[in-house]
Design a protein around this ligand. Structure first.
Ligand SMILES: Cc1cc2nc3c(=O)[nH]c(=O)nc-3n(C[C@H](O)[C@H](O)[C@H](O)COP(=O)(O)OP(=O)(O)OC[C@H]3O[C@@H](n4cnc5c(N)ncnc54)[C@H](O)[C@@H]3O)c2cc1C
Length: 529
């Protein structure tokens, strides 16, 4: 497989001009790379940190039309997302599955209302491979969600949506783009845009954060797909421009499965302050979220706020028999929605559009922002179509609705290795050829040495965090466990990547600092941004 940083750096140094350069390696940028490379354009993607380090590893893990947006009357958005949901189930079945959601009902009126709404949702979805919604009696609701409180419950409505592993999908998208000839580099930061004498954008200046080397790279089309960072790149183009994005933070908590037994997810359509709260089974744990907190600043590692944690625990406690407390949190993480901001300043991010925005600057820079993970493919298609329309690229048809994402083709293995899709057999082969890699890294956890080596050799993992946060999800599932695994992962990485003991010590120290944040062991008063 051609997915190796050293190989990509060599290709970068040999290429005179790219057809498409994409800044940002989240869902939007990676989807755009798959689209551009599969249309045959010479494609480069640069990511300042790791692929999916930003919002794209911090979602609620739903591939969905958005029942909430339907309630807001945004039928076109829901229709588009439901279509994309069907394509993702077809093209990445190793990472996306049909998940039953149950809305508990406490009055006949609400039960009828949700049922009608969800029938419309089914209708919009058409024949997309997901189960249809249905009425449930109290006993059926309680047998599907044994941990749900029966108090005042009169029944429920069941519906289906997709559930996925966001950062694994991101890595597989990067590999798919590479299979079509794309070059993708993590730890490559764009610091400036290059313009020709007419003021038209003609390239980027990017710094390899591993070596410190700076590159001037020429491209016909430059795409800004940097999520909540789009305004930083827009400022490189036009320092006095108005902000395009308003960040809105969403926090999540991960709990032990005992809080939500069974295989069904719980959907609370209207919490005390009008939000939606999900409790979703995810990799043997329960994911609770999310919130919608307007912020005025953005960062790559946002912290859940004390009031967000309190809100999630309190709301979940109202519905679950076993009330979760602070001490039950295995991991907590937050993500920033790159919501397209309206012209005037508003404090309610619920009012800001969830659909994507595509903007072409006077210089020719194309910026794509907003949207959802679920609609990344359509966002990518619209972006490349726009570049063609602008005369920057020769006309070639989009084929991404037909492309199987890396790992989808070939024999699939059930169980723990299922997330690797058809790569699971390659990891098994590695375990046979190098038997010393068969062992688990730590007695208590399932991650085996061969997986880590696979991630280094074939998934471009460069740091301990790359392995434990995004290629495996241990940091997000059980932060304490991730901290315990860090020294063994660092030692294995050092051997593979030729690093010394100083590197090992620095990696472990840095990662353990991050673990403290996911365990909420910091002073929350610092975080009132
Ligand atoms: C709390 C929350 C829950 C969500 N849940 C869902 C869900 O369940 N389902 C769903 O469909 N959607 C969901 N979303 C939305 C979805 O996660 C986002 O729309 C999507 O991940 C955004 O991807 P992106 O690529 O635009 O941004 P990001 O993932 O943030 O990627 C942008 C990348 O650009 C890089 N970058 C920035 N500046 C530079 C530079 N100068 N040089 C190089 N690289 C740079 C960053 O490092 C970053 O990795 C959720 C969002 C949030 C916040």
């Amino acid at each position: 497989m051609r997915f190796n940083r050293d190989v990509f750096i060599k290709e970068l140094e040999q290429q005179q001009e790219w057809d498409v350069i994409i800044i940002g390696g989240g869902a939007t940028g990676l989807g755009t790379a798959v689209d551009a490379a599969s249309r045959g354009y010479r494609t480069l993607l640069v990511e300042q940190s790791d692929f999916a380090k930003g919002t794209s590893s911090r979602s609620t893990k739903l591939v969905h039309g958005g029942v909430r947006y339907l309630a807001q009357g945004n039928v076109a958005l829901v229709y588009e997302a439901l279509h994309e949901r069907g394509l993702l189930l077809k093209n990445a079945p190793h990472l996306v599955h049909d998940q039953e959601f149950i809305i508990p009902c406490y009055s006949w009126k609400s039960k009828l209302m949700y049922w009608v709404g969800l029938k419309f949702y089914d209708l919009l979805a058409g024949r997309s491979g997901f189960k249809k919604s249905s009425f449930l009696k109290v006993n059926k609701v309680l047998s599907a969600i044994p941990g749900l409180s029966a108090k005042k419950l009169i029944g429920g409505v069941s519906y289906s949506d997709g559930q996925f592993d966001d950062s694994r999908l991101a890595i597989n998208l990067a590999q798919t783009a590479a299979q079509y000839g794309g070059v993708l580099l993590n730890y490559m930061q764009v610091n400036a845009l290059v313009k020709n004498e007419k003021g038209v954008i003609s390239g980027i200046e990017a710094k390899d954060l591993e070596t410190g080397k700076t590159y001037q790279l020429q491209g016909k089309t430059i795409i800004n797909a940097t999520g909540v960072f789009v305004d930083d790149v827009l400022k490189m183009d036009k320092p006095a421009g108005k902000p395009l994005v308003r960040p809105s933070q969403g926090a999540h908590l991960v709990l032990n499965k005992s809080f939500l037994q069974g295989n069904s997810a719980l959907m609370i359509p209207k919490t005390d302050d009008g939000r939606v709260l999900f409790a979703v089974p995810w990799h043997g744990k329960v994911l609770l979220g999310t919130t919608d907190t307007p912020l005025n600043a953005h960062s790559l590692e946002p912290r859940p706020l004390a009031e967000e944690i309190h809100f999630i625990l309190k709301t979940a406690g109202k519905y679950l028999v076993k009330k979760p407390t602070h001490a039950d949190i295995l991991s907590a993480f937050a993500g920033l929605r790159p919501l397209a901001a309206p012209g005037k300043n508003t404090n309610s991010t619920k009012e800001i559009s969830r659909s994507h925005k595509l903007i072409v600057s006077e210089s020719g820079l194309i910026t794509i922002t907003g949207g959802k993970w679920t609609t990344y493919r359509k966002m990518a298609k619209d972006t490349i179509d726009r570049a063609i329309h602008l005369g920057k690229l020769a006309k070639v048809k989009c084929i991404t609705d037909q492309i199987k994402i890396h790992g989808a083709d070939g024999v699939q293995e059930p169980g723990f290795f299922a997330i690797y899709g058809s790569d699971a057999s390659q990891i098994r082969k590695l375990m046979k050829s190098e038997p010393e890699l068969v062992d688990a890294l730590h007695g208590d956890f399932q991650l085996v040495k061969a997986e880590v080596v696979w991630m280094i050799r074939n998934e471009m993992a460069r740091t301990v965090e790359d392995v434990l946060a995004r290629r495996s999800r241990v940091l997000f599932l059980n932060a304490d466990a991730a901290g315990k695994l860090a020294p063994a992962v660092a030692a294995l990485m050092a051997k593979e990547l030729n690093h010394n003991d100083t590197w090992i010590a620095a990696q472990v120290l840095e990662f353990k600092g991050l673990v403290q944040q996911y365990l909420l062991k910091y002073d929350e008063k610092e975080d009132k941004t």
